[in-house]
Design a protein around this ligand. Structure first.
Ligand code: ARG
Length: 580
């Protein structure tokens, strides 16, 4: 345990238990950052109310039992009963030395690695990826990295929409067009145009619509020729999605695709099981599951339609088969669905049905990880100036282009090729960081100027800070580096503050894994980068006149800071160039 906050919390629990009895041990010591010390514990205020005692007396009783020897230098009661705590420099020195030796930088490895399924990205074949898919991809990718860093076994599942009645018209359109031309269009990522042309013909040309409907029957019947056409559409789209994933630098590969079609074989066994368990009932010609706790406006139970009137299966059937497969075959202990907020009711009904079917028990945890919409500067859904939905590749191109201009200014001494690589990293990093640094559940406003600013809680700021610290360490003297972390002595207040922050890294990563809110990590990295800037200003490292001892000690702080920032940014999916 390296996080000072956790060390203190444990000490408070013991002290509260010793002072007032073990039933109060779980009482939150509520530690906060303080202006007068490192932390302020507000435990006595709330406890005072519960115990009907003066908080100052409660605070004194806690202090009497509080054992923070070797951790704090100073512990004081202030005001109406706050307890101010100042960490000792010797404690910070020892802890940062240990942190420096820890490859995981304080990220605790799970004693029991959990099989964790993360369902994310999930665009639809022959349809454009939209900004909602972009958010899912970015957030899901960050969570995957966090769980892997904690030592969990993560299974990425890209639940692409690759099945359904629309494939009848899409295949017919493909045949009309010829595979080569279709390949050109789809390969370029003109997925919407292809889809809209097919739709238009379907709506206006009865003969085409008829062919399309017959094609659906052939597809569902497993007709070889039809399936091979379907595969063409699938491959073209999957190839296109992969180009986007590669540009974004996310972990998804084609091997992670387990789309709707993947569950075709499992639909009928899933349905049979639901019927046997008495969960699927006939209703208006369709077969439905009515998970308890979900009602419409009139209080009527809401259905998950598992088999439509025409005998076809839909989105809900696939999701039921998927959750069953994930729990029973993949043996997932945790499943996350990184899907936009509008699908919340659907997913929660699927989860409840899985509970009622006995697939989902207390052994596993299943969560919807919803996210808000991306808004334009007009606070409406992000659109192009012409009012069309924004095409993802164009967005990425623009990000890199805008970043180029900024990077040209900031990194003007670097060769142009290197600058281009930096611009790519900054542009993509900015989009990711903007997404991840806001509360996931809320809508966020897409703002180029804000996300590309070199000041504030942004990708450029933290990336440049990281590269700068990496550079200081890299350019340092061999002999100084060889002194190693034994050289560390925390003494100046700026060193003290930076050290305390570095020690919190592991807890912050843990918090992201629990809350599934990456913005905690962004806020932390920003704070740490800012503390470093203050430290570097006040505590010269490589400047002439700095003593050997100071320089060597401070280099240890530089090294740990660089590693924490780099690792943290990597967890967000952001790669930091060696120099910027
Ligand atoms: N393809 C769907 C869409 O674009 C998202 C699928 C999400 N995952 C799931 N298991 N339902 O909206």
């Amino acid at each position: 345990m390296s996080d000072p906050v956790k060390v203190l919390e444990a000490a408070f629990r013991d002290a509260i238990g010793a002072a007032f009895g073990s039933e109060y041990e779980s009482h939150d010591p509520s530690l906060r950052a303080s202006q007068h010390a490192d932390y302020q514990a507000n435990a006595a205020m709330a406890l005072g109310k519960v115990l009907k005692k003066n908080p100052r007396e409660v605070a004194a009783a806690i202090l009497e039992k509080l054992n923070v020897e070797g951790v704090c230098d100073k512990v004081e009661i202030a005001g109406p009963g706050f307890i101010n705590l100042t960490l000792s420099n010797a404690f910070l020195t020892r802890q940062v030395q240990a942190l420096s030796k820890d490859k995981a930088l304080g990220v605790v490895q799970a004693n029991e690695p959990q099989t964790t399924v993360v369902d994310y990205s999930a665009p639809n074949v022959a349809k454009e990826m939209h900004v909602g898919h972009l958010r899912s991809t970015i957030i899901g990718d960050c969570l995957v990295r966090v769980f892997e860093a904690q030592g969990h076994h993560v299974i990425r599942q890209n639940h692409v929409g690759d099945w359904g009645t629309q494939f009848g018209m899409l295949i017919e359109h493909l045949l009309d067009m010829g595979e080569d031309d279709a390949a050109k269009e789809l390969g370029l990522g003109d997925l919407n145009a292809f889809y809209q042309q097919a739709r238009k013909k379907f709506d206006s040309d009865p003969a085409f619509a008829d062919r399309a409907r017959k094609r659906v029957v052939l597809l569902q019947g497993g007709d070889e020729a039809t399936l091979s056409r379907w595969k063409v559409l699938f491959d073209l789209s999957a190839g296109y999605f992969q180009t986007i994933y590669d540009r974004l630098g996310v972990l998804l590969t084609k091997a992670d695709i387990a789309g709707e079609s993947f569950y075709n074989q499992l639909l009928s066994p899933t349905l049979s099981e639901l019927e046997e368990k008495g969960l699927a009932k006939e209703s208006q010609g369709a077969l439905c599951v009515f998970p308890s706790g979900f009602a419409g406006r009139e209080g009527d139970p809401l259905p998950l339609i598992v088999r439509k009137q025409d005998g076809g299966y839909g989105y809900a059937t696939t999701d039921l088969a998927a959750i069953r497969y994930r729990l029973k075959t993949l043996k997932a202990k945790r499943i996350l669905y990184v899907v936009g907020a509008p699908q919340s009711a659907h997913l929660n009904m699927v989860f409840q049905a899985a509970r009622e079917a006995g697939w989902l028990t207390s052994e596993a945890r299943v969560e919807h990880v919803p996210f808000g919409s991306v808004l334009g500067s007009d606070k409406k859904m992000l659109k192009t100036r012409a009012g069309d939905s924004v095409k993802l590749v164009n967005l990425l191109d623009e990000a890199v282009e805008r970043a180029s201009a900024k990077v040209a200014e900031k990194s003007k001494d670097l060769p142009s090729e290197e600058r281009e690589a930096i611009a790519r990293a900054v542009g993509i990093g900015a989009i990711k960081y903007a997404d991840l640094s806001s509360d996931r559940v809320k809508d966020y406003v897409f703002d180029w100027d804000k996300m590309l600013a070199f000041e504030g809680n942004t990708a450029p700021y933290t990336m440049y800070a990281c590269a700068r610290v990496l550079g200081i360490y890299r350019k340092s003297d061999e002999a100084d580096r060889a002194a190693g972390d034994e050289a560390l002595v925390i003494s100046a207040p700026e060193e003290h503050a930076l050290a305390a922050a570095l020690l919190r890294f592991g807890s912050v990563v843990e918090l992201v894994g629990e809350t599934l809110q990456p913005h905690h990590l962004c806020g932390y990295l920003y704070e740490t980068a800012s503390l470093f800037a203050t430290f570097y200003q006040k505590c010269p490292v490589v400047k002439a006149g700095t003593s050997d001892a100071d320089r060597r000690s401070r280099l240890v702080l530089c090294d740990v800071t660089a590693r924490v920032l780099k690792h943290g940014l990597n967890l967000l999916g952001i790669n930091v160039p060696g120099r910027m």
